[in-house]
Design a protein around this ligand. Structure first.
Ligand SMILES: [Zn+2]
Length: 335
């Protein structure tokens, strides 16, 4: 499955800030139709214009506050509770184990220079600042792209936090304080003992890519299955459409799936549409879905509200399966 999304497209992905940023013609299609070249060059122009705005007028744009503020100190350790902090960052209390997915809490992501980060600015503030988080037992890192593995945020955490990350990505964490970092490759599973108890975590194959810069294409990229006390949760990371989630259903129901639903235009070959996110969650047999990876950073061309509106439309017959919709909202899993 790795890189299959490149096989049938006549685009060559150029990596920029861990993101597919420009499209250029491949050698195979050097004699293609002129109207397609026009389309591509206008896309390139739009993207360059977008980057220019990011570094100029965007600097003065205020960041909107989060829709709601979670109160994790009030959550019960006898429950499974989720709050969407922003982008792919979800705070989970899994029967007392505090988990954070892909933590990104600063105003910008990208390359860090002294006193400055060069990269996209948040549209919406994180629902919690670092000092408002509980002690985190486990951090899950899906892949090394800058909007998921943010070193500035990761450097805030102390050595008591265990980190689970994708194959060939732990070298990126060498200047953090983490002592316990485990790489999991697709199909690998491990039990982790934390201050909050024991949890089983498996790495799931997804349809994405792992390079943080241009040449480090050897890096892995994961979804995760979290299992504890017969509750099963998926954190899908970033993925284009894939059939791999369907296999999970054979071993029992999935209680909740955290699915990325944004950044599909024009990156549909590495990021699923909202409808495909629902389709994959359905294939896994997920009771509830938390839609993430929208409304936080402008990484693509779809309008700000389009992912969540399309997601809600895809679930209009069963809206009760939507665990939450807005940044900062909290969901308690019915047991
Ligand atoms: Zn992403």
């Amino acid at each position: 499955m790795r890189k299959t999304h490149y096989d049938h497209v006549n685009l060559r992905a150029v990596r920029f800030f861990g993101f597919t940023s420009l499209v250029t013609t491949s050698r195979l299609h050097s004699a293609e139709a002129p109207e397609r070249r026009t389309l591509r060059s206008s896309r390139v122009r739009r993207w360059l214009g977008h980057l220019f705005r990011e570094w100029t007028t965007e600097s003065w744009r205020p960041i909107a506050p989060a829709f709601a503020k979670p109160k994790p100190a009030t959550w019960s350790d006898a429950q499974v509770t989720f709050a969407w902090i922003g982008h792919a960052t979800v705070l989970i209390n899994f029967f007392g184990i505090k988990i954070l997915t892909d933590p990104v809490l600063f105003p910008r992501i990208g390359i860090r220079l002294p006193g400055l980060t060069i990269g996209p600015k948040r549209l919406t503030a994180p629902a919690l600042q670092f000092h408002e988080l509980p002690n985190i037992d486990l951090i899950l890192l899906s892949h090394a792209h800058f909007d998921h593995l943010d070193l500035r945020t990761l450097r805030c955490f102390g050595e008591s936090t265990t980190v689970i990350t994708a194959r060939a990505t732990s070298d990126l964490l060498r200047h953090t304080r983490f002592c316990d970092v485990t790489e999991l490759d697709w199909g690998e599973a491990k039990s982790f003992k934390t201050a909050g108890g024991e949890i089983n975590i498996s790495a799931l194959p997804v349809n994405h890519w792992g390079a943080r810069k241009r040449r480090d294409t050897y890096r892995g990229y994961n979804g995760y299955l979290l299992e504890r006390k017969r509750q099963r949760i998926i954190f899908a990371g970033d993925t284009a459409m894939t059939n791999s989630f369907a296999e999970l259903q054979e071993e029992g129901e999935i209680d909740l799936a955290i699915m990325s639903i944004g950044a599909y235009n024009p990156w549909i070959h590495s990021h699923c549409s909202p409808e495909q996110a629902v389709e994959m969650a359905n294939a896994a047999g997920a009771r509830f879905i938390i839609p993430v990876h929208h409304q936080t950073f402008r990484l693509s061309f779809e309008p700000f509200r389009e992912p969540i509106e399309r997601f809600e439309a895809a679930l209009r017959k069963t809206p009760e399966r939507i665990a939450l919709r807005e940044i900062g909202e909290t969901f308690v899993l019915p047991l």
